[in-house]
Design a protein around this ligand. Structure first.
Ligand SMILES: [Zn+2]
Ligand SMILES: [Zn+2]
Length: 235
């Protein structure tokens, strides 16, 4: 398959060890117990992986002129520094929404907004979907609306909008059922946010005619045909 399953540094296939061994991260040069490296011996630690993932999101958003948060999100998801599932999606969803909103005329300082998004989004732990009934991709849409409207805990209208946004996204995510998929949940949350921004923020973003997932084969728990984004449900 694509480089997104191979080595982050050189793209070569990974090979897995039967027993963990200590390896030096090629990015930060600290040593960690590792269970895989590429054929050339490259190993990247979890912390560097996560940090580079967030940098990839920020750089792609700052360079983008797109009006379509879904397509931008799909492009970023192809980058090997983004895992199939992982808390970077809690930043990704809001970041692409802020970017498309800004590119469609929504008023905000994008570099500043992306920093705030990252700061808030990375506080949402992995697994909150199942453990707290509150998917991080949905919370990311609430953060998007909070930043776009300048909401604070003491605000009136914007406070209501931000909470309503999270609620709408959660309802749709919940209606599809589990197990979790960070791709499905992110698409669903972002589509709900595009509708919400049109109705409540007066900014019309664009979305593709059909959202088709290219990650099904990498997700062992994929819903298959029961997922609205599964290729089998699209021509
Ligand atoms: Zn390599
Ligand atoms: Zn490292």
């Amino acid at each position: 398959m694509s480089s997104r399953t191979g080595c982050l540094i050189c793209g070569a296939p990974l090979h897995y060890f039967q027993q963990e061994r200590e390896l030096e991260c090629v990015l930060c040069h600290r040593k960690f117990p590792a269970n895989a490296s590429c054929e050339a011996g490259h190993f990247v630690c979890d912390e560097c992986h996560a940090r580079r993932g967030l940098e990839v999101i920020r750089e792609a958003c700052l360079q983008s002129t797109s009006h379509d948060p879904i397509t931008l999100m799909q492009e970023i998801m192809e980058n090997p520094f983004l895992y199939m599932h992982g808390p970077e999606h809690h930043v990704l969803v809001g970041a692409v929404l802020l970017t498309a909103y800004h590119n469609c005329g929504g008023e905000l300082d994008l570099p500043q907004a992306l920093s705030t998004m990252e700061e808030r989004g990375k506080q949402i732990p992995g697994g909150v979907c199942g453990f707290c009934g509150c998917c991080g991709a949905a919370v990311s849409t609430g953060i998007f609306v909070s930043i776009a409207t300048g909401a604070t805990p003491l605000a009136a209208e914007s406070w209501g909008l931000a909470n309503s946004m999270t609620g709408k996204a959660l309802e749709r995510i919940g209606a599809l059922g589990g197990p979790r998929c960070c791709k499905r949940d992110s698409f669903t949350a972002a589509l709900a946010a595009v509708e919400f921004a049109r109705e409540h923020l007066g900014v019309t973003m664009e979305v593709p005619e059909e959202v088709v997932c290219t990650f099904s084969r990498e997700n062992a728990q994929c819903l298959g045909r029961r997922c609205p984004y599964n290729r089998a449900n699209h021509k």
